[in-house]
Design a protein around this ligand. Structure first.
Ligand SMILES: Nc1ncnc2c1ncn2[C@@H]1O[C@H](COP(=O)(O)OP(=O)(O)OP(=O)(O)O)[C@@H](O)[C@H]1O
Ligand SMILES: [Mg+2]
Length: 465
């Protein structure tokens, strides 16, 4: 049998005993070194960290106890077997107390020696394996600020690693707050483009003409007000990554331009003739179903296929409930630091409440909820009462109220827009036009809220005191 050559140091002042132990162990395939007293053994160990030390107890200069104490001090994980005189169980127990792994009583038979040494290494291998496993698990619990150990998240990590170093276009889909932007960052930072820019383009935030200037830049005098030449995001992101957020909102005319860029890797600035070549990687994200959108004519089918080379679908939080405790712990730590608080844990009741909620706003909603709890809690524990989960019944009643007698058209889209508008108006009224608080409580980001306010022509100022 080929053994992994474990290194053993035998410490014994009796040359004859030393020699016979050495030969038994060497016969078993171990690599054996010897020392004739504790001091010598200590100096050897400092040079080579042996897998196991077998030491006699009574020796001149430094005895076995002293050696063990010193080794434990310097190398807490040392494995040592103490050899004690026949019948002196007390000393053996003493040795175990200060950290010997096992003991052998003298005279030691070859058989017993083999057995004990074998047992030590079995245990040692298990510890090493466990440690490696734990480390791997710890690493796999999180990935560039993305937290989650559920099978679905592990698949996401795998996908990120597989695609990061390629130039493939990635389409990240998932409901709001599932971490699409986090994943886009992780891809960029694991790619060989990581030292070049990561540029975010929010397709929903700007009107079409501004969007075009942002992306492609313009020449001086290209239009009224273009007093200077301007570099667009594509040019700026050369050798890096452009992240198109809310891709489903990109106007059709811009979709055509983006398609050309993806195909030819070139474009012209607005008002310019010079073709500019760029080397950019495109990552897109959307919480809309682009396939469906393209069936309905709202999204170019060819662009959809171009983007969807590598799809990464992020699971909603309700489908990875086992990650909730991990995420809660992560956000408690994050907001403890941010607000200089010292929340130690969360009660089981509070956790149960969180585990049974359906989380329409996904991880963002959970993060906001924990942030709020960390701020509000007085003691060190978050209790059920500190968890403010929106009352679903109230929400539904609110919606029904909105519907009553007002909707004449049967279109779902109009109904939803109506609900959204009423909701946002109510929300801003309740929070006196404060965007940050309103966004936070509703589970969308401020950018999204602004965009929607613009869409429905809602002016926050009318809600101020
Ligand atoms: N798995 C996760 N681990 C840790 N934090 C997360 C995770 N998923 C989301 N978050 C946090 O939730 C918030 C929302 O994430 P992100 O902006 O990436 O979501 P999104 O999918 O882009 O949402 P939207 O569609 O609304 O733009 C961020 O603060 C982010 O850090
Ligand atoms: Mg986003």
């Amino acid at each position: 049998m080929i053994r992994n050559k474990k290194k053993i140091l035998v410490v014994e002042d009796d040359e004859y005993v030393l020699g016979s132990i050495k030969s038994v162990l060497e016969d078993d395939g171990y690599k054996v070194s010897t020392a004739s007293n504790g001091l010598e053994a200590l100096s050897f160990y400092r040079k080579v960290q042996y897998d196991l030390v077998i030491s006699d107890l009574k020796m001149p200069q430094m005895d076995g106890f002293e050696l063990l104490k010193q080794l434990k001090l310097e190398y807490p994980e040392v494995f040592l077997i103490m050899m004690t005189a026949y019948g002196s169980v007390r000393t053996a127990v003493e040795a175990m107390k200060i950290g010997a792994y096992d003991y052998l009583t003298k005279p030691v038979s070859a058989e017993e020696m083999r057995l004990v040494v074998q047992r030590v290494f079995e245990k040692q291998n298990l510890i090493i394996e466990n440690r490696a496993l734990r480390k791997e698990l710890e690493e796999r619990f999180s990935f560039h600020n993305i937290i989650g150990k559920s099978h679905k998240m592990q698949q996401v990590y795998d996908l990120i690693m597989q695609v990061a170093d390629t130039d493939a276009t990635v389409l990240i889909t998932g409901e709001t707050g599932t971490g699409k932007e986090l994943v886009a960052h992780a891809i960029h930072h694991n790619s060989n483009r990581k030292d070049s820019p990561f540029v975010v383009m929010n397709c929903g935030a700007l009107p079409e003409t501004l969007l075009e200037t942002e992306l492609f830049g313009h020449e001086e005098g290209a239009f009224t007000g273009a007093t200077k030449q301007r570099t667009g995001k594509f040019e700026y992101a050369d050798k890096g990554t452009v992240f198109f957020d809310e891709m489903g909102n990109l106007p059709l005319s811009m979709q055509t331009k983006l398609l050309r860029l993806l195909q030819e890797k070139s474009f012209e600035r607005i008002g310019g003739n010079q073709t500019i070549k760029v080397d950019v990687r495109v990552i897109a994200a959307t919480n809309r179903d682009l396939n469906k959108l393209s069936d309905e004519g709202g999204f170019r089918e060819d662009l959809y296929y171009r983007l969807n080379v590598i799809p990464i679908q992020l699971p909603p939080l309700r489908e990875m409930r086992e990650d909730i405790p991990l995420l809660v712990t992560h956000f408690i730590e994050k907001y403890n630091k941010a607000f200089k608080k010292d929340i130690k844990s969360i009660s089981q009741n509070a956790l149960n409440t969180m585990m049974s909620y359906h989380w329409p706003g996904n991880v963002r909603e959970l993060e906001n909820l924990v942030e709020r709890a960390v701020i509000m809690v007085k003691g060190h524990i978050i209790n059920d009462a500190d968890i403010v989960i929106p009352n679903q019944k109230q929400r539904m009643e609110g919606l029904e109220e909105m519907l009553e007698g007002r909707i004449t058209d049967n279109s779902l889209e109009i109904f939803l827009a109506h609900c959204e508008k009423t909701y946002i108006t109510k929300l801003l009224k309740q929070y006196k036009g404060k965007i940050y608080s309103s966004a936070k409580i509703s589970g969308v980001d401020t950018k999204t809220l602004y965009r929607k306010m613009k869409k429905y022509n809602i002016n926050k100022n009318i809600f101020k005191d």
